[in-house]
Ligand binder design. Structure first.
Ligand SMILES: [Zn+2]
Length: 335
């Protein structure tokens, strides 16, 4: 009888082990993870971010959305993706069209890691306040077209746009609304574009400002800066220690679960002709997990080309480097 009771007690004990916490981020039990997603329909929430608008995401107490602007740019974008993956954090990205043209493999890596990809214009001009409508339209649409081209699937790009330098203007907002695109500002920034800012300062500014804004918000960071990459692991740890949870904003409607690598890159990566399909299965429209988790059948045919090799190949194209200094002076305008 005693043995039966002991076995029953053991079963109860095993059953009550914190398996859920480990499953939340396999191999990283201390990771902050992603607690939930918020679905954003631009028709009902056209403007996001209390730094400039009356409305923001409907976040609960101690909920934070991480957003990254201005990429992709190796190696810092890759470092940040590694940190996010290690912490099972899903973020929101706002990519620049010309950067997407230069580093398309990184754009696909961002998307296939489960992050939401919005856009941030084609050339990141800091003149949106004064630009005429045709230029606004071409900057917005060319940026979207470049990111779409990198992803290879028009439905993969979220209808989310952040104006470079947060230089808002009614003309821009009206155009975005007419295109059913939500315009994103932010609730907090961490000054990570500032020359000489340290990782420690980025973390402190982020935490202080999130705390001060009712313990929640959309945090704007830049994945192109080394100090942001250095700050992110500390920031995630600090947020978790303070009881914060990470939330991701996803667009309403269907998106592809993942996007494949172009056939010519698969061939180059394998060194042999590939029979892999370039087209994502038509019935896969509900996004949420990485392809290897739910679609091993397809995944085994799709080998991601090595990002570094691809980056080296496309580096020859040399885009004009995105300048933090140009952004710095502009950020002074709205800070
Ligand atoms: Zn920017």
């Amino acid at each position: 009888m005693r043995l039966v009771v002991a076995i029953a007690a053991l079963c109860l004990l095993v059953g009550s082990l914190p398996a859920a916490a480990e499953e939340a981020c396999p191999g990283h039990p201390d990771a902050i993870g992603t607690s939930r997603t918020i679905t954003v329909d631009p028709a009902t929430l056209p403007q996001i971010g209390t730094m400039q608008y009356k409305t923001s995401l409907p976040l609960e107490d101690h909920e934070v959305v991480l957003s990254f602007d201005d990429g992709p740019l190796p190696p810092n974008t890759s470092r940040i993706l590694d940190t996010l993956a290690e912490n099972c954090v899903k973020a929101n990205y706002f990519l620049i069209g010309e950067m997407a043209n230069a580093y398309p493999a990184l754009v696909r890596r961002i998307y296939n890691a489960g992050h939401v990809v919005g856009t941030h214009s084609q050339h990141h001009p800091l003149t949106f306040r004064t630009m005429a409508e045709p230029r606004i339209e071409s900057e917005v649409n060319d940026g979207i077209a470049s990111v779409k081209a990198a992803l290879g699937d028009p439905n993969a790009v979220a209808p989310f746009f952040r104006i470079p330098g947060l230089l808002r203007a009614s003309r821009v907002e009206n155009y975005l609304a007419s295109q059913s695109i939500a315009v994103w500002s932010a609730d907090e920034v961490a000054d990570d574009w500032r020359h000489g800012v340290t990782a420690k300062e980025i973390v402190r500014l982020a935490i202080d400002r999130i705390d001060a804004k009712n313990h929640r918000g959309v945090l704007l960071l830049h994945d192109i800066h080394p100090n942001t990459a250095a700050a992110l692991p500390i920031l995630l740890k600090e947020l978790k220690a303070r009881g914060y949870r990470i939330v991701q904003a996803v667009p309403a409607g269907n998106r592809p679960l993942w996007v494949p690598e172009p056939l010519h890159l698969l061939v180059a990566a394998n060194g042999i002709p590939s029979h892999a399909s370039e087209t994502a299965p038509q019935d896969e429209h509900t996004r949420g997990t990485r392809p290897s988790e739910h679609h091993p059948r397809h995944h085994k045919h799709i080998v991601r080309a090595d990002d570094d090799a691809v980056d080296r190949a496309v580096a020859k194209k040399r885009v004009k480097p995105h300048t933090a200094s140009a952004g710095e002076s502009t950020f002074q305008l709205w800070r």
